[in-house]
Design a protein. Structure first.
Length: 197
């Protein structure tokens, strides 16, 4: 089973329905709205997941894919990223285009698979081997990527395109979604919702 995990600070029903509609049938959808930052929420979602593959999807993206997990799971990878990131028309400004272009160059030219959670998949064993997201660092996605490489895990680019619906702010030294410096409480009732699609 594939478990899709979405951390969100504002679990708006319309937005969650939009995300649910773009995911493949037969998968598990986990929404985590606990406080403590995105990495903390992703770790809680991973603990609640029953799938062998964990896919982290942000609540501010649109995924474009012809889902073919049966084929993709035969490929040799422990973690995987999207093939392309690009801003949606509403946020398609020069800075967003530049950041998306740099990210795509990092992936395509330098073959560095940055585990960006707009869409990022990992086999459960690999996620557990690195201990999940570090909740004590500012740039959790960079940190877990380095952990994967230090364990000599293989990364892949899956044929999934990510359209970013909100401007990125994570590149700044002040990252409001990070788990660093926040309390990491256990989830309260209703802060983790698990459903089958």
């Amino acid at each position: 089973m594939i478990s899709f995990i979405t951390p969100t600070r504002c679990p708006e029903p319309a937005n969650l329905a939009r995300i649910r509609a773009m995911l493949p049938k037969g998968s598990e959808f986990i929404v985590v709205s606990t406080p403590g930052g995105a990495g903390h929420a992703r770790n809680i979602g991973a603990a609640a997941a029953s799938g062998d593959v964990l896919v982290f999807v942000d609540d501010d993206v649109q995924l474009l894919a012809d889902w073919n997990w049966e084929e993709w799971l035969r490929w040799d990878w422990q973690f995987a990223i999207a093939s392309q990131y690009w801003p949606a028309p509403g946020v398609n400004v020069a800075m967003m285009r530049l950041e998306a272009t740099l990210l795509n160059v990092l992936h395509c030219v330098f073959r560095y698979k940055l585990f960006m959670s707009g869409f990022a998949a990992v086999r459960r064993e690999a996620f557990q081997a690195v201990g999940g997201y570090r909740e004590s660092v500012t740039f959790e996605e960079h940190s877990i990527t380095l952990d994967f490489y230090q364990h000599h895990f293989r990364g892949a680019r899956l044929p999934v395109r990510v359209r970013v619906l909100r401007r990125w702010t994570g590149w700044t030294p002040v990252n409001h979604v990070t788990s660093r410096g926040k309390d990491h409480p256990p989830p309260r009732p209703g802060e983790v919702e698990v459903s089958r699609l």
